[in-house]
Design a protein around this ligand. Structure first.
Ligand code: AOS
Ligand code: ZN
Ligand code: ZN
Length: 386
């Protein structure tokens, strides 16, 4: 296989998971702008996600969020997904939208609230069983706002205890993905604020526990690709929540704010063998002012473009320059790949896969947007910004 053929083959195996909540209405705490034609239930979210897969060819799984995607029969939901040509991806838990969780969920000082939170997580594993989902994605809004409000160490103990109970419940082939976030909604301490804390808990729990890197969850200036390289080295990178940020957890389209950072991250993924391993490439975004399905198609394409550039890095030229201590040449090798226009290559990849080379145009021409506006009345709010 030529090098280019290998790059194309790799791009054809790529898969980007789209989140159910990105298809529904969402907003900031100031306003939710409702859009016409948005899904009215989880089944319709899967219909939209199937469109993204149909036009990109690389978005075969859809992350669910419980309770936003709660249904009577999860088997039927999974069957509906399959009928549309997609599968259920990660199950995202929600231990933050209930009055009981004011002081936290599995780190809460009251054992009864902790019980309720853990029970919810166990229910999410039941849903994984029913839908065939592999990953339980955990993000906790737990933390404190004021020094002295609660005991930092005791909260870590409670976290470890709750996670261990859920870990024990995981079945064969199921994983627990623990996400960290620097701050928000808590502002003084956050119980899983960084990759180190997430890593420490996952290490103790065992092999099925892995860390999730949400690209919007770091302090400005954090070198995210270094974190990615480190977690991959340790075999603890479970996946990504991709999105863009300018300020904090902005949840804008991945690759929109800083495509160079996305390239650097994807380069470390490729370098660390993460592209061919079990790393889950998920989007975690909300489309508050832009049309949702095209925004998700654009996001998937942005990940593809960054991946293509990362795959194009001339590894032997880079290694040679690095070994020779040729700083400028090593940097030039990386920048050459980044500055390549990979759009023609991706158009070819799509054509070879029987797809339209231009997913955005093909989606617009499909008439799906007009059809759902006519058919769906009274779309759902995703949950964010409610
Ligand atoms: C919250 O800030 C996190 O990014 C979560 O990953 C996610 O957005 C939420 O759990 C959606 O289900
Ligand atoms: Zn996230
Ligand atoms: Zn987030």
């Amino acid at each position: 296989m030529t090098e280019l053929a290998a790059v194309k083959a790799a791009l054809k195996t790529q898969s980007v998971e789209t989140p159910s909540w990105a298809y529904g209405n969402s907003g900031t705490r100031f306003k939710v702008f409702a859009q016409a034609g948005v899904p009215r239930d989880p089944f319709e979210k899967l219909d939209d996600a199937a469109k993204v897969h149909e036009f990109t060819g690389v978005a075969p799984t859809v992350a669910l969020h419980i309770p936003w995607d709660r249904v009577e029969d999860y088997g039927a939901l999974a069957a509906h997904a399959e009928k549309r040509g997609v599968r259920i991806g990660a199950i995202n838990s929600n231990t933050f939208q209930d009055d009981d969780y004011k002081l936290g969920s599995i780190c809460h000082p009251d054992a009864a609230v902790r019980r309720k939170a853990v029970d919810h997580l166990l229910e999410c594993v039941d849903i994984m069983d029913a839908t065939g989902s592999r990953d339980l994605k955990l993000w906790f809004a737990d933390g404190t706002n004021y020094p002295g409000q609660d005991d930092i160490r005791s909260r870590q103990d409670r976290l470890a205890e709750g996670l261990a109970e859920v870990y024990e419940r995981l079945g064969e082939g199921q994983r627990m993905l623990l996400e960290y976030k620097l701050f928000e909604p808590a502002f003084y301490t956050t119980d899983v604020p960084d990759w180190g804390t997430a890593y420490a808990h996952c290490l103790k729990l065992g092999e099925k526990a892995q860390v999730v890197v949400d690209t919007g969850h770091h302090a400005p200036g954090t070198n995210i690709e270094f974190i990615v390289a480190t977690l991959l080295r340790e075999g603890k990178l479970g996946g990504f929540d991709f999105n863009s940020r300018f300020y904090a957890d902005d949840d804008l389209m991945v690759g929109a704010a800083d495509p160079f950072q996305l390239f650097r991250i994807m380069y470390e993924v490729v370098r660390g063998g993460g592209f061919t391993s079990d790393v889950a490439f998920m989007l975690d975004q909300c489309h508050n002012i832009e049309a949702k399905i095209p925004a998700i198609i654009r996001s998937v394409m942005n990940v593809q473009e960054a991946t293509a550039k990362a795959l194009l890095v001339d590894a032997s030229a880079l290694a040679e320059a690095q070994a020779a201590g040729d700083v400028l040449e090593a940097n030039a090798v990386l920048m050459d790949a980044y500055n390549s226009d990979v759009r023609p290559l991706l158009r070819e990849v799509r054509e070879e896969s029987g797809l339209d080379p231009e997913p955005m145009k093909a989606y617009r021409a499909s008439g799906w947007a007009e059809r759902v506006v006519a058919e769906r009345v009274g779309g759902e709010q995703a949950g964010w910004g409610a």
